[in-house]
Design a protein around this ligand. Structure first.
Ligand SMILES: Cc1cc2nc3c(=O)[nH]c(=O)nc-3n(C[C@H](O)[C@H](O)[C@H](O)COP(=O)(O)OP(=O)(O)OC[C@H]3O[C@@H](n4cnc5c(N)ncnc54)[C@H](O)[C@@H]3O)c2cc1C
Length: 650
């Protein structure tokens, strides 16, 4: 942290509904059920109920997780009281209202010819799961941000099933460039920059990045500042050796593994961390590792210390490998994010609220009155009517603020005609019944809510602990400081958030992106909490604990401080320029993907835990992206399709 005082940071300004609650403290407190679950009535029916506009701490917000955590801790039923039977009966109950849960309802309804009665139960106050919409208003201007899932994009091509759904929702993926103002920032002379912070590199310094690695969310980074190499070499606070190594890394052609065959090289690269390769094999300065440490965060959720050299090379085109002449074919145990496909690269579409638009289009298919409009254009600005999600006369209902705490067959699983599901709402436990159930929630939750599953399957489900992430959206009154500094994207690997960027300039329907530096804009910042030096899964655990136990005020202060230090020389003043902050906290973020460093079964090609975890059990089928161990929207869709097929064919 810098010495900038609270007044200058603007900590005194009431810009947001500041949420000082510490999630862990609430969970550990005397009341196991959080305030919104204790409230009687249906908050969604209030005309002011509109979660996308809530600022402060979102994502896994206070109120969403406490009941499930107390279930995990074994004390939920001590105080839960006797469940009350709602008397409701459905053809299908879906646990989890993310893309996979909504897709499950879509496929089941289609199989039933539109006649099925379906209930979706979701613990958050909004639908969409990771596909989260953030909305802001500055003056007359309404702005959107993605609080989670950024875009239709996947390392592997979408399946026919997933493509068919995207088409059925009205999304013409090939038309994306019509909406993307891709030259906006380059026409303003903006390029990628590097921020060296004094805690990590000895001095705060912003310099042009002469060779930025691609970062999907930042758009096109291929245009660099004209004097980038010269300024980097003159100004970067690195030792002379590190600067020379940086040049060698990008321009050298040396084979650092002479005498080894392709197979031998790949065998070794799959088993060693990228950090080790760069320092011990290629002989680069440790300062190089410090700079690139976070470059694998957005794919893998950990840094170079815990990603194999093979995966870092293949997934993000990390330089330093060109002299090895590696063939592009996938090597042993290569992570799925590191297997690139030209066809998949073409299949890209970003809505201003990310894939929350997909969630909204799915909800429109299921409950047309909930999302006004008819086209993929009008969905972007449509105001969802939350009161329509759970109407008594409707065949399909989405019940928010309703964590499921128990799923059990009515009788023996093999012969049962249905399941009973218990969930918490308004401070009480309720039960509902259905002929079928899809568990589209996170796999780590399932063993706690569905105790009757076989032990081996529960172990496999438990091993799917997700990757934690923070996606922070900061609304600025203008972006003149970016213009003055000449940047739209800054990598800052030593800082709390490891990058910051101007929003991708996309305009669809009535929605217009920020067009000129004087206009308000959304800045996107990401953080992948991890603990370098530990095995990857342990790093995810530490990161999860860290973000569950960090208050919004702390994150806000870090955001303001980081922006002041990076953008201050461009005239940025946090107290004056920041209009709103939403921090989307995802302690259970990306699905865990298998890799050659930490998962022996993956390297050896034997059965994977997700194959065991997703087995159907009686009338219960299991979806979610976790079921594919693949952290992408297409996995959530494909797994929903499979789960529904298992139920309708059984
Ligand atoms: C920050 C972030 C960025 C991403 N970016 C991209 C991207 O750009 N492109 C891409 O393709 N993929 C991306 N992904 C991955 C993608 O979002 C997911 O693969 C996909 O959306 C997962 O959908 P899902 O329905 O399987 O899970 P989720 O979206 O997690 O939905 C599961 C839902 O179940 C709920 N739930 C859990 N337990 C219970 C319970 N007991 N009772 C009721 N409900 C429960 C959860 O709260 C959640 O809402 C991203 C993920 C994250 C976290």
């Amino acid at each position: 942290m810098s010495d900038i005082n609270d007044q200058d940071l603007g900590m005194h300004r009431n810009i947001t509904r500041r949420d000082f609650l510490n999630g862990v403290a609430v969970a550990a407190g005397a009341t196991l059920l959080p305030p919104n679950l204790l409230a009687d009535g249906d908050p969604e029916n209030s005309p002011t109920y509109y979660p996308p506009t809530l600022t402060g701490l979102r994502g896994s917000h206070v109120g969403a997780f406490e009941a499930i955590h107390s279930l995990r801790d074994g004390n939920f039923w001590d105080t839960a009281g006797k469940p009350q039977d709602t008397g409701e009966d459905y053809d299908l109950i879906v646990v989890g209202g993310g893309i996979s849960g909504l897709s499950s309802a879509y496929y089941f309804q289609r199989a039933a010819g539109g006649k099925a009665k379906i209930l979706i139960l979701e613990n958050h106050d909004d639908f969409g799961g990771h596909a989260k919409r953030n909305e802001f208003t500055v003056g007359q201007r309404r702005m959107l941000g993605y609080g989670g899932t950024f875009a239709i994009q996947s390392p592997a091509p979408y399946s026919t099933v997933a493509k068919d759904m995207i088409r059925d929702l009205g999304i013409d993926v090939g038309s994306y460039q019509k909406y993307n103002n891709r030259d906006l920032y380059s026409s303003q002379g903006l390029a990628a920059y590097m921020f060296f912070d004094k805690e990590t590199f000895g001095a705060d310094k912003l310099v042009p990045d002469p060779a930025p690695l691609s970062e999907g969310e930042a758009g096109d980074l291929s245009i660099t500042a004209p004097d980038a190499w010269k300024r980097f070499l003159a100004e970067a606070p690195l030792s002379e050796k590190a600067k020379q190594d940086f040049v060698r890394m990008h321009q050298g052609k040396e084979d650092y593994m002479p005498g080894l065959s392709q197979t031998e090289k790949r065998f070794r690269l799959a088993r060693m961390s990228c950090a080790k390769y760069l320092t011990d094999i290629a002989g680069f300065s440790p300062e190089i590792v410090k700079w690139y440490q976070a470059c694998t965060h957005s794919d893998f959720g950990v840094g170079l210390d815990a990603v194999s050299a093979q995966d870092a090379w293949a997934a993000i085109d990390l330089p330093g490998f060109q002299g090895l002449n590696l063939s592009p074919e996938p090597g042993p145990g290569q992570n799925r994010d590191a297997i690139r496909s030209a066809e998949a690269d073409q299949y890209f579409f970003h809505f201003p609220d990310g894939n929350a638009s997909i969630a909204r289009l799915l909800v429109r298919k299921l409950i047309p009155d909930a999302i006004p409009g008819t086209t993929v254009h009008d969905v972007v600005t449509a105001r969802a009517n939350y009161a329509k999600l759970d109407e008594s006369g409707s065949n399909i209902k989405i019940r928010l603020n309703s964590p499921v705490v128990r799923v059990k067959h009515q009788g023996a699983a093999a012969t049962a005609k249905g399941v009973e599901v218990a969930y918490v709402r308004g401070g009480k436990v309720h039960t509902v019944r259905a002929k079928n159930c899809v568990l589209a929630c996170w796999h780590v939750v399932i063993p706690y809510i569905c105790e009757e599953l076989p032990e081996k399957q529960k172990d496999a489900l438990s091993s799917a602990a997700k990757v934690p992430l923070l996606y922070s959206n900061v609304v600025l009154n203008n972006w003149t400081s970016f213009k003055k500094l000449g940047t739209h994207y800054v990598a800052s690997p030593g800082c709390y958030h490891t990058n910051l960027m101007l929003d991708l300039p996309v305009s669809i329907g009535d929605y217009r992106c920020s067009q000129k530096p004087e206009d308000p804009v959304v800045i996107h910042m990401t953080k992948t909490p991890c603990k370098p030096g530990l095995p990857a899964r342990d790093q995810h655990v530490m990161g999860r604990v860290q973000i569950y136990s960090t208050q919004f005020e702390t994150i806000e202060r870090k955001i303001r401080d980081q922006m002041a230090r990076i953008l201050g020389p461009g005239g940025f003043e946090p107290a004056r320029d920041i209009a709103a902050i939403t921090v989307n906290r995802w302690p259970h973020g990306y699905a865990y993907e298998y890799n050659s460093l930490w998962d022996k079964f993956w390297l050896e090609g034997t059965e994977t835990p997700c194959e065991v975890a997703r087995r159907p059990y009686g009338r219960i089928a299991i979806a979610n992206a976790d079921a594919a161990a693949y952290a992408y929207t297409d996995a959530a869709i494909d797994q929903a399709y499979r789960a529904v097929q298992e139920l309708v064919k059984a």
